[in-house]
Design a binder for this molecule. Structure first.
Ligand code: ZN
Length: 465
């Protein structure tokens, strides 16, 4: 640490306190910005003090949940860590997290730094501090107006991995992710081919015979279309190039015997390098969260955590606000799940209809952080919602558009209730939810932030706030 770094840390801390006292919004980036202005190398000098290294989690969906699961696993295994749990995942936010965790004279005392990192920020962070391992969850087509092409995002992540030649933990089932780090001998995770047995209570293994992907992907070697022997969702599945010999690599960390339940999942977790398996009861629902758990498990295994500790850590996980968090509001159970792109939203809808007691509130904004272009709502599968009885309340700035989408999903007009103001919508939805039912709230990002404030005024103290 230089004296400049120490001044930067102190002033960053002062900025953070001032923001807290003034209650000036979340302000998660400003202390980082202040510190970096004074000492441009402050991130590098603080993160460099972590005894065991810096872990990065990136990808389009599931960064927060994957890093949350990994945090739970590492803590269960006895490690200390600094984690940007609030999800401030740009360079300034990560710097702010470090400044906050440092002592006033700029000392960091931790085993690991665990950072979820925005795809575009990954190479910037990698340039400043060596990444001991980079986990990539998936690469779904996000709102196109954020980064442009998926290719650009893939290149940014690949660059983030290659700058420090970091070991990568990659999703074998995602052809977009597999092609990222050819030179680094990555550790792959995925759902098993021979065990294509995702059981779901009401719908059966409907996806498993499917070979036509919802999202098209292309081979990085010959640019031909990717084909599937077994397909799960989005572009995830057991893929192979339709022309050349390029295909899904065999994963080392494997999930099998997946049972999706209303509020959680069970699966068998196998580490093929050790030929060991454990049964995991994951306390959060949806196949997408099984993938997040596999990503966290693969990273922990790479860091030498035992499979038994990994199992305990996954089962100990307590959720983040808006990421499948179950809360009680005005005496009713509420489950909040952020939606932001077609693949994630479609999977969330599947989890909702698994729950036969589900009530539904969908809140859509189109602010910059949500993505201005809401055409993705038409690529997401909301159709299964018609199998639920009762009303669907739609809210947010684009409530009307969502109502139209619901109508085209086959939901009768009289079941679609439009309440643009989110607080009013939430209160009405809670009122309509019976004591033995669960209200599922599906917000876009800025609706989630708004929801966080509303829920606070209702007297709830929440994780992640
Ligand atoms: Zn090919």
């Amino acid at each position: 640490m230089t004296s400049n770094d120490r001044v930067a840390v102190a002033l960053g801390k002062v900025a953070a306190r001032t923001i807290r006292i003034l209650g000036a919004g979340l302000g998660s980036n400003l202390p980082g910005r202040v510190a970096r202005k004074i000492a441009p190398a402050v991130l590098s000098n603080l993160a460099g003090q972590a005894k065991k290294g810096v872990i990065a989690v990136s990808g389009t969906n599931g960064k927060s949940t994957t890093s949350g699961l990994l945090s739970s696993v590492l803590k269960t295994a006895g490690f200390t860590l600094i984690h940007n749990r609030q999800g401030a995942n740009l360079v300034t936010g990560i710097t702010a997290t470090l400044v906050d965790a440092a002592s006033w004279d700029g000392c960091i005392n931790t085993d690991y730094c665990l950072f979820e990192i925005d795809e575009a920020a990954l190479p910037l962070v990698a340039k400043e501090t060596p990444l001991s391992v980079v986990v990539v969850t998936n690469l779904f087509r996000d709102q196109l107006d954020r980064f442009g092409e998926l290719d650009t995002t893939a290149k940014l992540i690949a660059k983030g991995i290659s700058i420090g030649n970091s070991p990568a933990i990659l999703n074998a089932d995602d052809p977009n992710v597999c092609q990222l780090a050819p030179g680094t001998n990555p550790l792959f995770f995925g759902l098993d081919a021979a065990q294509c047995d995702i059981e779901s209570h009401s719908t059966g293994a409907e996806d498993c015979g499917q070979t036509q992907a919802f999202e098209l992907s292309y081979c990085s070697k010959c640019e031909s279309e990717i084909a599937y022997d077994c397909y799960f969702y989005g572009q995830l599945g057991h893929w192979r190039c339709s022309k050349c010999s390029y295909k899904r690599p065999e994963p080392t960390i494997v999930g099998t015997h997946v049972q999706l339940q209303a509020t959680g999942s069970r699966f068998r977790l196998t580490d093929k390098s050790q030929n060991l398996s454990v049964e995991v009861k994951l306390p959060i629902p949806g196949l997408f969260n099984v993938y997040n758990a596999l990503a966290a498990a693969a990273c922990a295994a790479k860091l030498g955590v035992t499979l038994e500790s990994i199992k305990q850590g996954l089962q100990n996980y307590s959720t983040l606000f808006g990421r499948s968090e179950k809360i009680s509001l005005l005496g009713k159970s509420v489950l909040i799940q952020l939606i932001k792109n077609p693949a994630g939203a479609s999977q969330t809808v599947k989890a909702v209809v698994e729950d036969k007691t589900a009530r539904v509130l969908i809140a859509i904004n189109d602010n910059l952080a949500d993505g201005r272009d809401i055409s993705w709502l038409w690529d997401a599968e909301f159709e299964p919602l018609k199998s639920l009885g009762g009303q669907v309340i739609v809210s947010g700035q684009r409530a009307e558009d969502m109502a139209v989408r619901m109508k085209y999903a086959g939901i009768e007009a009289e079941r679609i209730i439009v309440v643009p103001k989110l607080e009013k919508a939430l209160r009405q939805a809670l009122h309509d939810t019976e004591a033995d039912e669960t209200l599922w709230v599906l917000p876009t990002y800025t609706c989630l932030l708004e929801l966080q404030k509303i829920v606070k005024t209702m007297g709830q103290s929440l994780s992640g706030t």
